[in-house]
Design a protein around this ligand. Structure first.
Ligand code: ATP
Ligand code: MG
Length: 347
């Protein structure tokens, strides 16, 4: 079994009991720091933690990815309180590599406080012990997204022989650019922007997921001679990332450009790794938008948008210059049409 969790049976459901309480010295110091920074005199009577152990009841497996398995779970409180969350369990072979484990934990620290409408929020990092008592692995809980990834939406269009409307392609990219504009100055580069990591809620909110995981994935790719697990992601990597040179915010801009290009190309995308100018693939893309795609995809990073905010602004100017343009609702209507089965389900 891949995932030696401390699954047990409780009220008919499997559960994971978090072995690590939120009481590390680091977290305490940080709590003190935050309160101190607000200028309040923090008495030691407040320097305590609330609760010892968090209980998560696993409801169902959502999907398996290269890094681990994603479950829907309930985070349980007292008196029957529960909150639906996504729980991602890191593959034990990743968690048991001390270097990767350390990296994963470091990154989790970095993304803990990223709170933005267009970013899947991280709630908790925990550790679970296997039933054999030895092996432990790490898991993260995060905001549960009730819709599919962008990759699934593109697939649905391919199946139907249709395309995502140009305006919605630009809208999705504009939301992602705003998410990056928020994260980059906080020192967080995503490094793994691809349609699989863009989730869309049923209300049409675009959410970038897996912030903080890419560094581990990148390390793993370097270690994994066959590279099989990550081969599908190569086309989203900036030239400098593919050469294993340092990545910065502009590498994310490049990857976002590839995603925008892919959404605009739709089924017209030739099966080649070379990215042709979008106007050569889809003449329906207006020149102004084609220029934005071209600039994000410049091989020389100095020629790209200097910041994600600049790219977001360019996309929004393009989208809204007529005084109206797509919103979350427009995207939600499109999702309803593309995935009627999803909206028919009771939530
Ligand atoms: N927060 C979430 N809420 C709901 N579903 C999620 C969430 N995060 C991931 N998923 C679902 O789980 C699937 C797998 O995600 P995961 O990130 O593990 O794999 P991946 O992105 O396909 O590959 P990788 O492991 O390289 O990131 C996603 O495609 C999505 O359907
Ligand atoms: Mg992912």
């Amino acid at each position: 079994m891949l995932y030696p969790l401390s699954y047990g049976r409780s009220r008919g459901a499997s559960y994971v009991r978090a072995g690590v309480a939120v009481k590390s010295r680091g977290a305490r110091a940080r709590a003190g720091g935050i309160m101190g920074a607000r200028g309040a005199a923090v008495g030691t009577e407040y320097q305590r933690t609330f609760g010892d152990v968090m209980d998560f009841v696993v409801v169902r497996e959502i999907a398996r990815g290269a890094m681990g398995t994603v479950f829907e779970a309930l985070q349980c409180g007292v008196r029957g309180f529960s909150k639906r969350v996504a729980l991602k369990v890191l593959r034990p072979e990743l968690a048991n590599d001390p270097r990767l484990r350390e990296m994963f934990v470091e990154e989790a620290h970095l993304v803990a406080d990223l709170v933005h409408e267009n970013i899947v929020q991280t709630y908790h990092l925990g550790e679970v012990r296997g039933l054999d008592g030895d092996e432990t692995t790490l898991y993260m809980t995060m905001e549960l997204i009730d819709g599919p990834p962008l990759s699934r939406l593109l697939e649905r269009h391919r199946e139907r022989g249709t395309s995502l409307p140009v305006e919605l392609c630009a809208f999705v990219a504009s939301r992602l650019a705003r998410a990056l504009e928020y994260a980059h100055p906080l020192g967080v580069v995503h490094r793994d922007i691809c349609p699989q990591n863009v989730l869309i809620t049923r209300l049409g909110v675009v959410k970038l997921s897996d912030f903080g995981l890419a560094k581990v994935a990148e390390r793993r790719r370097l270690d994994d001679a066959s590279g099989d697990l990550f081969v599908g992601r190569a086309r989203y990597m900036s030239p400098e990332q593919a050469r294993f040179e340092g990545t910065d915010a502009r590498s994310d801009i490049y990857s976002l450009g590839v995603v925008l290009h892919e959404t605009l190309a739709g089924a017209k995308q030739p099966p080649t790794r070379t990215i042709l100018p979008i106007e050569a693939i889809n003449p329906g893309v207006p020149p102004r938008l084609a220029e934005i795609v071209g600039r994000a995809l410049a091989r020389d990073r100095a020629a790209r948008f200097a910041t994600a905010g600049e790219m977001g602004l360019a996309l929004e100017r393009y989208l809204y210059e007529k005084g109206y343009g797509p919103t979350n609702l427009t995207l939600a209507d499109h999702m309803r049409e593309a995935f009627p089965e999803l909206y028919a389900q009771a939530t």
